[in-house]
Design a protein around this ligand. Structure first.
Ligand code: ADE
Length: 221
């Protein structure tokens, strides 16, 4: 899979893309990430990519021309714009993206982006949550991690991809590993019983309890 990133901060991505399973997926050729510096399409000696908003108001707006020039050669890819005003990112969206050959992630900055970019050069506008970041770079990294772990061969044990939170619409149960006692804190007895039916029943109950407590919205749907 190839992921193109359009950003004014290509350096932002260097170490996150080099380490962990993302770094491994790139080394093995499973994932090909290409960084595009939006400033290369900027205007004038300062390579300006933003300007004051029509109609007045605070903050700057990313201009249509640099983004149009950067995105035109990527017209045959699936183009995602990260913005707090987008549709919320979820596991289904990541599952869908992981089936694509070519995905383009556009990182917004400043107060906003000229609406003509979204209208003519973007397939989907996505938010990673109801809060405002300085730009879309962190959101792009979220997407890259979320997609990379779904690519064949990246995660050693495929069932850990299948059974994690959200795919079944429930949060995960708590996990424990050795030692069985630490500073007097034990582990639920059932997990050490060897009784697999009881263990699965306990896990299912814990998934439901957690989801009811922390994410009742997931049960309403
Ligand atoms: N850019 C700034 N805030 C964002 C958010 N919450 N999601 C995606 N992109 C953003």
């Amino acid at each position: 899979m190839r992921i193109n990133i359009i950003t004014i901060f290509p350096d932002f991505f260097t170490s996150p893309l080099d380490v962990s399973l993302v770094g491994k997926a790139r080394d093995s050729g499973t994932l090909d990430v290409r960084l595009f510096d939006l400033r290369e399409h900027g205007r004038g000696v300062h390579r300006q990519v933003d300007d004051a908003p029509f109609g007045g108001g605070a903050g700057m707006v990313m201009m249509v021309q640099p983004l149009a020039e950067a995105l035109e050669p990527l017209a045959d890819t699936h183009r995602v714009l990260f913005t707090p005003g987008g549709t919320p990112l979820d596991q289904e969206t990541l599952d869908r993206w992981a089936t694509l050959e070519d995905l383009t992630l556009v990182c917004g900055r400043y107060e906003g982006i000229d609406e003509r970019v979204a209208e003519h050069f973007i397939d989907e506008e996505i938010s990673i949550g109801d809060y405002v970041l300085l730009g879309g770079e962190v959101a792009a990294l979220v997407a890259i991690e979320g997609v990379t772990r779904l690519l064949t061969g990246v995660v050693g044990n495929p069932t850990s991809v299948e059974t994690e939170s959200f795919r079944e619409g429930l949060l995960e149960e708590p996990h424990y590993t050795r030692p069985a006692e630490f500073r007097g804190w034990g582990v639920p007895e059932v997990l050490r019983s060897g009784d697999h039916a009881r263990i699965e029943a306990w896990r299912e109950e814990e998934r439901l309890r957690r989801t009811r407590e922390r994410r009742p919205d997931l049960l309403d749907e």
